[in-house]
Design a protein around this ligand. Sequence first.
Ligand code: 2U9
Length: 342
Amino acid sequence: MENLLQQIEGYRQEISSIQPNGAETLETYRIRFLGTKGIVKALFGEMKNVPAERKKEFGAILNDFKQFAEAKYEQWKAGLTSTEEQAGSVDLTLPGDPLNVGSRHPISLVRNEILSIFRRLGFSVAEGPEIEDDWHNFTALNLPENHPARDMQDTFYLHRSPDWLLRTHTSNVQIREMEKGKLPIRIVNPGRVYRNETISARAHCFFHQVEGLYIDEHVSFADLKQTLYFFVQELFGRDVKIRFRPSYFPFTEPSAEMDISCLICNGKGCNVCKHTGWVEILGCGMVHPQVLENCGIDSNKYTGYAFGMGIERITMLKYQINDLRLFSENDVRFLEQFTASL
Ligand code: 2U9
């Protein structure tokens, strides 16, 4: 009996000192101690040799040992689910896995920046459908029946229907706003637009615009100039200069294109400004009276200005990007370079 108790104590110590280090050892342990031909079973078999008056005492010790051996097995098995615990060591001094935080797309950054400037001037943001009918994309905007922009070569038509298309500019949103008949209107319209172009470094079949519209009584070209001057100063800095060149758009009269002094060479002449010192950034003008009338607005009482810019173009200038395709390829090496709070 004393001999048996010593044996049990020895096994206890052995079990306590076992370092879990692999599935095979766990299984060996189970077979050795808890298996049908294992130590625990064998010890129970010794019961018949224990004197009757000590059977109770021995039974209790044996049961306690059995529970101890089983508990060790369960604890060890549970620990095996984690490789670190299995190896018996977790190195808390190792550097953590990098947490890759996404960044905003440069087009979104610049769009948000543009919208924020106009919001501060009292403009609100309006959006509208990318699939549009002929009236809101062309006719209401005074784009004549035979205008080249309507050509299948330039516009994506849906199901070959002459009436449904992918909008070629965000001006459809301004038309829809004007048709609501609530004046004055002071809105900016960001959005994606589509043109049937062959994809290259300088052209894409879709790009992004921000257009703006202000309609009220007594709105003048001077208001337009000052608003756009403030806008570019906020976007590019106080030192930027502007100039207007006469232009033509069917939906504005008079029309102009606005240049800013080249940010790269400060007006001295470089490749970006093609040695002119100036780069074009947007088109603008006074809303054509016919466009106002098309939307039920009295052109004798109300006047308005409008402008439009390509976000890609402004982003390329701001970040010195020379290939439009980078914006839609989603290459992380390109995208991760842009971080900002807006
Ligand atoms: C209404 C009336 C007039 C919006 C305008 C431009 C001039 C213009 C281009 C800039 C580069 C398009 O992205 S781009 O290719 N836009 O030059 N857009 S005036 O005129 C409007 C809009 C809505 C009702």
